[in-house]
Design a protein around this ligand. Structure first.
Ligand code: 5GP
Ligand code: ZN
Length: 143
């Protein structure tokens, strides 16, 4: 099995290896989860693959099953402990999306009715044709 990539200068690699202290909520062979130091809600957790992959575009698809399994377990534990009514799983990728730590990770944020977090202002397409054309153009890149 190839060695897991890691980066000695990466803050999350340091957290995973225990060089920097963290409040761990879940760990298995592939994934480490710990409380975010600046929580958007009580229990806000960061779920981090143990390999150093800077963004989702670097993350090996074959590791996805372990990641989503750990995400389920952690989110379920958060619901039981915090009494939240739901949760968001969010991954910021690249600076324009707000990524600050370039070790791929997912935020699991407990949500409560009326908590006012993340108020979205959805946009609008001109019509269905514009949507179809855009989807067709995107498919050219995803094929
Ligand atoms: P990003 O914006 O890259 O998606 O989020 C990085 C997150 O890492 C931020 O929410 C920030 O609060 C969290 N964070 C950064 N440094 C540390 C740290 O040393 N310990 C913990 N627990 N969280 C951190
Ligand atoms: Zn790292």
């Amino acid at each position: 099995m190839p060695a897991r990539p890691m980066d000695n200068d990466c803050i999350f690699c340091k957290i995973i290896s225990g060089v920097i202290d963290s409040a761990c909520v879940y760990e298995d062979d592939d994934v480490y989860a710990f409380l975010d130091i600046n929580p958007l809600a009580r229990g806000h957790t960061l779920l981090v693959p143990k390999g150093h992959y800077p963004t989702l575009l670097d993350f090996p698809p074959e590791d996805g099953r372990a990641l989503t399994g750990a995400m389920r377990r952690t989110a379920d534990a958060l619901m039981r402990e915090t009494g939240c009514g739901g949760f968001n799983c969010i991954s910021n990728n690249f600076g324009a999306a707000g990524q600050v730590v370039f070790h791929s990770h997912w935020h699991i944020i407990p949500r409560f009715d009326g908590d006012g977090l993340m108020i979205a202002r959805p946009g609008k397409y001109k019509d269905n044709e514009e949507m179809r054309q855009l989807a067709k153009s995107i498919r050219k890149h995803s094929a």
